[in-house]
Design a protein around this ligand. Structure first.
Ligand code: SF4
Length: 443
């Protein structure tokens, strides 16, 4: 069989990792992949449902694909598939296949059912015993940096968030499997692994297999040590959940230089009233205690976060509390979102919506503050040497290359693309709003 498959991926790094896994399975089953939707026999849309706008985009895309003269089999996979299920067939009759978030490994057998004449094939079942995360190196999006999922799903049920419904409950991968994957990546020449999951530090595998012998207060900090022992050059992890952020994570980073000096710890608001309404399970004081531990580390840890402005009921005072927390934390980076209602989440029924104009005003005020603070945090890097993994030619100049530091900042410096994949020490000479510039002093 020589059917060609095209996959379009929307959303977060978990979806990128799922696409890599889907492609691995499809190739094993004899499918060819194509980067051209027009020549595909099968088109799969790997979807995101975090925002309603993203969901609408999927249906627009299906109606465009329907017009393709090749009449490909159209499948919807990912979060929209899991949430909308069979209603997708009613809403978009051109869709042949709906693949839930835990059915990625079963795509070849679902396509076989369509080939055998079945219509409207749906699989929203859980992952089956024995289905392992299997990603062929050839399918990874980068030859130097690999995403390694360690946990999927979420049990936290923040009131604004759809993820627990679209990705299901938390399920952790066994430590042995994760460590073996990292060892394999290292032997293939990968320089960096990013351990990913909705909440990596809620990692709780079914057994201790692979974690025995590692000291640590939580399964996650033991896993960090086990992965660090593989000797891979750089390890990053994201995203961390504040309530489960144990100080021992910082201790592990201090023990192992290959655990990178960056923590992404979303706070979402600086107001305790809003944090309660968001059902985050932490207060601003709890969060600041963790920040204190992170900031006092000898590793100069970079700290980034997410904030939602304009959550239902957010008053000027609540927003002032957020501004204060941001000033106190001096984040190295901040993703700011204007709250948008996500149907089927508890917050969708909350009264007291904040007007669009207030949301925009708060967004801009917070952005301005972050620019001012980031100018300080970035300028502190001037005169320091940062270790940079070279990833590509810089977008701004043919003479420069660009990569990320261990503290996850974009660094540009004079170099050439033969350096791609190498780790270079760069002396920082200039701070720009979202990147640093410097000169190579090694490599
Ligand atoms: S912790 Fe909250 S925001 Fe993060 S994925 Fe879970 S429910 Fe969503």
């Amino acid at each position: 069989m020589n059917s060609k498959v095209y996959i379009e991926t929307f959303g977060c790094q978990m979806n990128v990792a799922d696409t890599e896994r889907a492609v691995t399975g499809l190739r094993k089953a004899g499918y060819e992949m194509t980067s051209l939707p027009n020549e595909a026999d099968v088109v799969l849309l790997n979807t995101c449902s975090v925002r309603e706008r993203a969901e609408r985009k999927v249906f627009r895309r299906v109606s465009e694909l329907r017009k393709s003269p090749r009449h490909p089999v159209i499948g919807v996979m990912g979060c929209v598939a899991q949430l909308e299920g069979s209603s997708i067939f009613q809403r978009a009759s051109a869709v042949d296949l709906v693949i839930g978030t835990q059915a990625t490994d079963r795509i070849p057998s679902l396509l076989a059912r369509i080939r055998d004449g079945e219509e409207s094939v749906l699989d929203l079942d859980e992952r089956q015993e024995g289905e392992v995360w299997d990603v062929s190196p050839a399918e990874r999006r980068s030859p130097y940096v690999a995403f390694v999922p360690i946990i999927e799903g979420c049990n936290k049920f923040c009131s604004f968030c759809i993820v627990p419904y679209s990705r299901g409950r938390e399920k952790s991968r066994g430590a042995n499997e994760i460590v073996a994957e990292v060892q394999q990546l290292r032997s293939l020449g990968y320089k960096e692994v990013q351990l990913i999951g909705q909440n990596v530090n809620s990692y709780r595998p079914k057994t201790e297999d692979g974690l025995e012998g590692y000291a640590g207060a939580t399964a996650f900090s033991r896993l960090l040590r086990a992965v660090a022992e593989t000797g891979i050059e750089r390890i990053k992890f994201t995203t961390s959940f504040p309530r489960d952020f144990h100080p021992d994570i910082v201790s592990a980073i201090e023990e192992y230089p290959n655990l990178c000096n960056w923590v992404h710890l979303p706070v979402q608001s600086g107001s305790d009233r809003m944090l309660k309404a968001m059902r985050r399970g932490h207060t601003s004081a709890d969060y600041l205690r963790r920040v204190e531990i992170i900031k006092s580390s000898s590793r100069s840890l970079a700290l980034t976060s997410d904030i939602i402005v304009g959550f239902p009921g957010e008053s000027e005072q609540d927003f002032a509390d957020t501004m204060k927390l941001v000033r106190d934390c001096e984040f190295d980076g901040l993703f700011i979102f204007k709250y948008s209602k996500r149907s089927r989440t508890p917050a969708a029924n909350f009264d007291d919506a904040v007007s669009e104009s207030d949301k925009t005003a708060r967004f801009l005020a917070l952005e301005e503050l972050q620019i001012e603070l980031q100018d300080k945090t970035y300028n502190r890097q001037v005169g320091r040497a940062l270790s940079v993994l070279v990833e590509k030619q810089s977008a701004r100049s043919n003479e420069d290359v660009s990569g990320h530091s261990t503290c996850n900042k974009v660094v540009n410096f004079k170099g050439n693309t033969t350096q791609r994949g190498s780790i270079v020490d760069v002396l920082i000479s200039e701070a720009k709003p979202n990147s640093l510039y410097g000169t190579a002093i090694s490599g």
